[in-house]
Design a protein. Structure first.
Length: 449
């Protein structure tokens, strides 16, 4: 925003007007409390509430006369209230400061943002579960170091992201609990000299408790850091999934095909279907990280209590909320519409040396120390590579060159037997994955509280 006067430097209205709903709700609750406590008359409180209700309708209808010279959302609403109801408007700010007012607005906004974010994460989790259940029998290579390692069920792989997202939901749940504290009534920093009822206001606004120290209440922005931190971790998880999607949808792997609405074409190459949504998610992760670091930097040197630096808590926070929620929404649609190429996945799982670990386990079960078995199979794999053969193409006599303990049943080791053998809690065996899917379904139906 270009500055036309020095005073423009302090203006926050172009972004904090987004808080109008929270600001009006806090003011309505405050006015009702003032009347309930006999601090203002019932008539004045009724006028104030009616005026605020009309102002909300003006804003939502696009008719509100915004005045940048008033700097912020709070003064714009207060000035408009005076225009509508006269001197009674001046009584609204009794027993209140903009310091505890804006802290309340931000906590209300954060609580709503957290609930909406958690709702989006639940939708994404359900989309992943739908894909896992629809492709329960699909086998694919599991990777370490981006090298094919062991066969797994695709459903098991998708469940890994389900659990990452579940930890994200838990982080946002904790963030909600810490945001759920009413600071209103703290005044500028020391409390207020009126017989206010903070518990009543907390109940009106849906807060579970009130702040315990007025100085901390107006200076605290930890609850925003909690959201930023949870969002940064969540974006990291989504960026990892984005990278999987980019790889899986490439012609080299071809495990999945993305719906056209989640890809874009090339300006010059007609055949291209670029996974731009996934790529953008990787890129947007950096801006979310940046907003976390920016707020930490704003807060690190502030003495108590309120300082104007705290005005810088909003733009980055709003952008983090918008970026995360948009990314979660895009991934939900992408996951729901993604098509899996089961044959391509299986061919990749069956190829090369994917069953090498199973061969080492075969020897270990026959008494060979695992490290020795590992060495035998490593030599066997070297032989296979030299001969240009996959392990499934090696005959019994070739196996026995490396160990006489290899018997006819070694030829029965397959992708299916490998997966079925991982029959431990958390393993990729089909019955374990089916049980995990059932438990995951129960988890996503739990209320966010």
């Amino acid at each position: 925003m270009a500055l036309s006067t020095p005073k423009d430097y302090t203006v926050s209205l172009h972004y904090d007007r987004r808080l109008y709903g929270q600001d009006i709700a806090g003011s309505v609750a405050h006015a009702r409390m003032l009347a309930r406590q006999g601090i203002v008359s019932d008539k004045d409180a009724e006028l104030i509430v009616m005026g605020l209700t009309a102002i909300r309708q003006e804003i939502e209808g696009g008719a509100f006369p915004w005045r940048p010279e008033l700097e912020d959302i709070h003064m714009n609403i207060e000035a408009r209230l005076h225009e509508r109801i006269g001197d009674a408007a001046g009584k609204l700010h009794t027993a209140r400061s903009r310091n505890d007012q804006v802290a309340t607005d931000m906590r209300l906004f954060a609580k709503e943002a957290i609930q909406e974010t958690a709702k989006g994460l639940r939708a994404l989790q359900k989309a992943l579960l739908d894909q896992a259940e629809a492709n329960l029998s699909v086998v694919m290579p599991g990777y370490t170091h981006l090298q094919r390692a062991q066969p797994v069920l695709l459903a098991h792989h998708l469940l890994a992201y389900f659990h990452m997202l579940e930890r994200d939901v838990e982080r946002f749940r904790q963030a909600y609990q810490r945001a759920d504290v009413l600071p209103l009534g703290s005044g500028a920093l020391a409390g207020v000299p009126y017989p206010i009822d903070r518990e009543f206001v907390a109940g009106e606004l849906g807060f579970s408790r009130i702040s315990e120290n007025s100085m901390d209440a107006v200076a605290d922005r930890d609850f925003l850091l909690d959201y930023h931190s949870a969002a940064a971790t969540c974006m990291m998880h989504l960026s990892r999934l984005a990278e999987e999607v980019v790889l899986w949808s490439s012609e080299e792997l071809g495990f999945v095909r993305l719906a056209e609405e989640y890809t874009t074409g090339s300006s010059i190459m007609p055949q291209k279907r670029n996974p731009d949504f996934a790529e953008l998610a990787r890129g947007k992760t950096g801006r979310v990280y940046g907003h976390l670091m920016a707020l930490l930097t704003v807060l690190k040197g502030l003495p108590l209590t309120y300082n104007r630096d705290l005005q810088e808590d909003k733009e980055g926070f709003f952008d983090t909320v918008d970026t995360l929620q948009a990314t979660v929404g895009a991934f939900t649609g992408m996951a729901r519409t993604m098509q899996v190429d089961a044959d391509r996945c299986r061919r990749a799982a069956e190829g090369g040396l994917m069953l090498a670990t199973d061969l080492a386990d075969y020897l270990a079960r026959r008494g060979v120390p695992f490290r020795q078995a590992h060495g035998i199979v490593r030599e066997l794999c070297g032989y296979a590579l030299k001969e240009g053969k996959a392990l499934k193409e090696i005959g019994l006599k070739e196996y026995q060159r490396f160990s006489p303990l290899f018997q006819e049943d070694v030829l029965t080791i397959t992708v299916e037997s490998s997966i079925a053998a991982r029959d431990v809690p958390g393993g990729t065996a089909p019955k374990r994955v089916r049980a995990a899917l059932l438990q995951a379904r129960k988890t996503v139906e739990k209320a966010f509280d």
